[in-house]
Ligand binder design. Structure first.
Ligand SMILES: Cc1cc2nc3c(=O)[nH]c(=O)nc-3n(C[C@H](O)[C@H](O)[C@H](O)COP(=O)(O)OP(=O)(O)OC[C@H]3O[C@@H](n4cnc5c(N)ncnc54)[C@H](O)[C@@H]3O)c2cc1C
Length: 446
């Protein structure tokens, strides 16, 4: 059995590692054009900022791959011969497979702005992007970042680390308006300002303007304002990389369409990670999940199926985490950006420090927890996950907050003030009793 995997990102590599464990005799080949060895994409920003070097962002030593009989082909796959079960490569002979995993990731989304092909305009997805950005921002004084999501803030942080003047253009009325409620967005906004980032809300990019040498010199907004810049970062999301499916019977939509076993419309060909789009995701789940941990879960799941143990992909409660400069952010389950009928939220914010916690719950009945947002407070994944899977009542969650505090030794404890704030807002409810942390976590998880 020969499994060929195109893409050595987290989805491809996790599949390879899992299959090696399940099927020691299998031949496994990873093809990737980007880099000879797997690296951590979320760590790319630290290369630019000089905090890490290339060897530091590779989670495995180079000997790991031959040691585990994982064959690496550093080459571009140029096409698929689906009938002949072969992958065509730019610099190597075609590679025959029994099973094929497409784990080709995603690329920067552009919106057809006039001037977007000028020098100094780019996104941040690949290792080559970081190298290009490093070169292109040398000697630059002013940069603009278009897009107010996680990558937008990362770009701003990277550029500020090299002391560029940074202006962010954000389409929504507040930061990441499609995802964050206004209170969380205000805390992030405070961070951006504190770190010297100018943010223009309700502002859209209309055109990129160039100089005589073909380099970006300014951007024009939809309100006809011209902002001078010598570098423009595009952080308006990513789109799945579908190149290899062209001219094949592999069905695509925005991504490569897969069933719950992550199999494409062609038997024996699978897709996982940023490039995959689930045909029928469960209600409330996105069809495309461009995240590190979902890529890992999909890679692991599909390896079981390829290895002869058909296993549907079940993600469980949503989770994501990020850092906005110094502010840590975690989100679990569903926390909508605005009001939803039949649901409500309790929001706590520290009076002076950038700390906030939102508990989102179903109104009526036991007030089952639906989701949490934490800013500046680090919560235990396994505890939040257990609450969400069990639909824990809001009052229980409040009383058990101590169990979710990730690091009570190092982080000041705020449970008492959170519970007191809740009681003040709900004077008609019986008093809450904070459970003692000791033993609680073990009991909850047992
Ligand atoms: C800057 C940045 C920061 C991020 N931070 C976070 C974070 O903090 N938390 C989080 O959860 N997620 C984060 N993400 C998202 C996360 O990194 C991705 O969801 C994840 O890496 C996707 O993994 P993947 O295996 O699907 O694809 P990728 O890692 O994109 O790997 C796909 C690989 O396939 C290769 N490939 C594609 N086509 C071909 C071909 N034809 N021939 C050969 N090779 C090919 C590509 O070159 C690429 O190397 C971040 C992303 C970026 C860009």
């Amino acid at each position: 059995m020969h499994l060929v995997i195109i893409g050595n990102g987290i989805a491809g590599v996790t599949c390879a590692q899992t299959l090696r464990r399940l099927r020691p005799e299998a031949r496994i080949t990873l093809v990737s054009a980007e880099s000879a060895h797997h690296f951590s994409r979320p760590a790319l920003m630290y290369l630019y900022m000089g905090h890490l070097r290339w060897p530091d962002v590779k989670p495995f030593e180079d000997w790991y791959w031959p040691e585990n009989r994982l064959e690496l082909v550093h080459d571009q796959a140029t096409g698929l011969d689906v009938a002949g079960k072969r992958v065509l490569l730019a610099r190597h002979p075609p590679l025959a497979y029994d099973a094929l995993l497409l784990a080709t990731g995603a690329r920067t989304r552009y919106y057809d702005w006039p001037g977007q092909h000028l020098q100094g305009v780019q996104g941040l997805v690949t290792k080559a992007d970081v190298e290009r950005m490093s070169q292109a921002t040398q000697g630059v004084r002013q940069a603009v970042v278009v897009g107010g999501g996680l990558i937008g803030v990362e770009l701003a942080e990277m550029l500020r680390a090299r002391r560029l003047e940074v202006t962010m253009l954000v389409r929504d009325q507040h930061y990441w308006g499609s995802v964050l409620p206004p209170e969380e967005a205000a805390l992030v906004d405070e961070q951006l300002r504190r770190h010297g980032v100018r943010v223009r809300y309700a502002t859209e990019l209309a055109e990129v303007l160039g100089d005589a040498a073909g380099r970006v010199r300014a951007v024009r907004t939809a309100a006809d304002e011209e902002l001078p810049c010598q570098w423009l970062g595009v952080a308006t999301g990513v789109v799945p990389n579908l190149d290899l499916t062209a001219g094949t019977a592999i069905e695509t939509d925005r991504g490569i369409l897969v069933d719950e076993l992550l199999q494409t419309s062609v038997p024996g060909i699978y897709a996982a990670g940023d490039c995959a789009q689930r045909r029928n995701p469960p209600p409330g789940e996105a069809a495309i999940e461009p995240l590190w941990y979902t890529g890992r879960m999909q890679g692991e799941t599909v390896a079981h199926t390829i290895g002869g143990q058909p296993t549907p992909y079940r993600r469980g409660p949503w989770f994501n985490s990020a850092k906005f400069f110094d502010l840590e952010y975690q989100t679990y389950g569903q926390v909508p950006a605005g009001p939803v009928e039949g649901q409500s939220s309790f929001w706590w914010q520290h009076p002076s420090a950038p700390l906030g916690l939102r508990l989102h719950y179903r109104t009526g009945g036991e007030q089952a927890l639906l989701g949490l947002n934490a800013l500046g407070l680090r919560l235990r994944h396994e505890v939040c996950d257990a609450w969400l899977r069990a639909g824990a009542p809001l009052r229980t969650v409040l009383e058990q907050l101590g169990a979710a505090n990730f690091d009570p030794e190092f982080f000041p404890q705020h449970e008492a003030s959170i519970v007191a704030a809740y009681s003040r807002q709900h004077p008609d409810e019986p008093p809450l009793t904070l459970r003692r942390r000791k033993g609680l976590l073990a009991r909850m998880l047992s």
